[in-house]
Design a protein around this ligand. Structure first.
Ligand SMILES: Cc1cc2nc3c(=O)[nH]c(=O)nc-3n(C[C@H](O)[C@H](O)[C@H](O)COP(=O)(O)OP(=O)(O)OC[C@H]3O[C@@H](n4cnc5c(N)ncnc54)[C@H](O)[C@@H]3O)c2cc1C
Length: 494
């Protein structure tokens, strides 16, 4: 069915209200403001209508109604996404899961838990920590982001270096499909046979339907955990330490890097000198497992850091000492946000051996574009997070910021990497899909999408480029001679 763009929103609201509990429809302009962007504040679009269902049945009823009326819909978790995935660029009903926050079942004997999609990531560990379990994927936004959003973005985090990303920890999902029917993808066993439709759904950014219940794997809390803090006189030296440690066969639970702007921002934020101010970069390395194994790994990793040029290596063994070291890393983006209220966070990924070269090139691009860039990232898996810092409102700054972001992603691809390590493509990076995927690749992905959503109503316009959405922005990059950028076919008409 072709969506009807002359939608009568008052009429749609009247049809949706009876399907939902009291006060579960948001339609007032000032209240809708809360939904006009996600964590990527560069773009804003206020949706015409937001609904707040509490159960799978209510989600299904809303989606069924949308399907009958030909109205697009967009799932929204906590709105911390950094690729504009939950953005209502075109008129759509936003289905927010913030009232779907129940833990449905805890099954410790089988090491799994089933939750509604609006449950916050860190609540999962909180629910089972007392029994010696935890949930491994831990985005830095874990105190705010939802499990539904994590599934949609296939989110990563500090501990994904050793334990894998969200996809490795989701056993099954109850899903409302775009026609309003309800199905289950995956099952209670790690390997279910047949096509892995669970795997297809994870990372599909809300374009295949809405997850309404998710069964997650739980892990046992490791016996011993230690965290190392090593400081370096250059980013390249820190990158070399990453290479040496992984090359020696040490697999840290997490290995994170922060550069000088981050170090200063975090120290200033907390009014402490936790991280050495004179350092150009620090590495945080977490090692976990049995006590003896951790002790050996700590000794080896420390030695390799010093070999790579570390000034000093500090060890933290108690929970309190470890938390103190991690606190700054986990708050780095907020700390930078205090100094620069506007930032544009990129999410390129490169083979970790390419880190030193790529970091140096980002520094060069930052100077060329006259915009400060801070780096705080998952160094162990080569997942860069350059934060382009700027002051919103400066004439032309949004365009300059986007240009620098695009140039950084281009660099990542040239280094053998990708345009997204964990934040998804959304609306922000769809114009760069052509840099990685051929027209045939994308047509195949669209076929999969159409199998779930023949009418294209679920989160339309996301992930895939069109001449309309990408012609202008790519034209600007071509004018600026960003290396390797070409206009897609059809872009000339805009
Ligand atoms: C400070 C900060 C740090 C971050 N650190 C990390 C990090 O370390 N690792 C990382 O991977 N990400 C990180 N992120 C990005 C973000 O937190 C994740 O992408 C997160 O998974 C988004 O969850 P959300 O609930 O906020 O989703 P939203 O932003 O609300 O939505 C994201 C996407 O998910 C879809 N969606 C939401 N719920 C559902 C559902 N139930 N069913 C189907 N689709 C759904 C939406 O349509 C949208 O496309 C960070 C963000 C911030 C602001």
């Amino acid at each position: 069915m072709t969506p009807d763009w002359r939608l009568d929103w008052a009429q749609i609201e009247r049809q949706l209200r009876p399907l939902l509990p009291e006060r579960a429809v948001v339609a007032k302009r000032q209240e809708l403001l809360a939904y006009d962007c996600d964590g990527l504040t560069l773009h804003r679009h206020q949706p015409p209508l937001v609904v707040l269902p509490e159960t799978t049945e209510q989600v299904a009823a809303v989606v069924r109604c949308c399907a009958e009326l030909g109205v697009p819909f967009i799932a929204r978790g906590s709105g911390t996404g950094l690729s504009g995935g939950a953005l209502a660029e075109q008129e759509a009903v936003v289905i927010a899961t913030s009232r779907m926050r129940k833990v449905l079942e805890v099954d410790l004997a089988n090491e799994r838990i089933t939750v509604q999609p609006g449950v916050i990531n860190s609540w999962v560990t909180r629910a089972v920590a007392g029994d010696g379990f935890y949930y491994a994927p831990d985005p830095s936004s874990q105190v705010a982001c939802s499990i539904g959003g994590n599934v949609a973005e296939n989110s990563g985090g500090v501990h994904c270096l050793k334990y894998g990303v969200t996809s490795n920890h989701v056993l099954a999902m109850e899903v409302v499909l775009p026609d309003g029917s309800v199905t289950t993808l995956g099952g209670s066993l790690p390997e279910m046979g047949g096509l892995d439709l669970r795997g297809v759904f994870i990372g599909s950014e809300g374009t295949l339907g809405i997850a309404t219940a998710i069964t997650l794997r739980l892990l046992r809390t490791p016996q011993t955990v230690a965290v190392l803090l090593a400081d370096f006189a250059s980013m390249e030296a820190a990158g070399e330490a990453v290479r040496l440690i992984t090359g020696a066969g040490v697999l840290p639970a997490g290995m994170e890097m922060m550069d000088r702007p981050c170090i200063h921002a975090v120290n200033d934020f907390f009014g402490v000198d936790e991280y050495p101010r004179e350092a150009a970069a620090v590495l945080l390395i977490e090692l976990d497992g049995h006590a003896l194994e951790v002790q050996e790994s700590v000794e080896l990793a420390s030695r390799l850091c010093l070999e790579a040029g570390a000034g000093a290596v500090r060890e933290a063994w108690t929970e309190e000492a470890r938390a103190r070291l991690w606190k700054g890393r986990k708050s780095a983006i907020s700390a930078l946000g205090r100094q620069f209220p506007s930032y544009y966070l990129q999410d390129g990924v490169v083979p970790r051996t390419a880190l030193p070269k790529v970091l140096a090139a980002i520094e060069r691009l930052s100077q060329e574009h006259g915009l400060a860039v801070a780096n705080v990232f998952h160094a162990g898996d080569g997942n860069l997070h350059p934060l382009i810092l700027y002051r919103a409102g400066e004439p032309g700054v949004n365009e300059r910021v986007k240009e620098l972001g695009a140039a950084i992603l281009k660099l990542c691809i040239e280094a053998g990497g990708s345009i997204s390590g964990e934040h998804g493509v959304g609306s922000d990076k769809r114009c760069y899909m052509d840099w990685m995927f051929s027209a045939d690749d994308q047509a195949t992905m669209q076929l999969v999408r159409k199998a779930f959503d023949p009418d294209g109503l679920a989160n339309p316009g996301k992930i895939f480029p069109t001449p309309k959405t990408c012609g202008e922005s790519l034209r600007r990059l071509v004018e600026l001679k960003v290396e390797g950028v070409e206009l897609p076919e059809g872009a000339a008409v805009f």
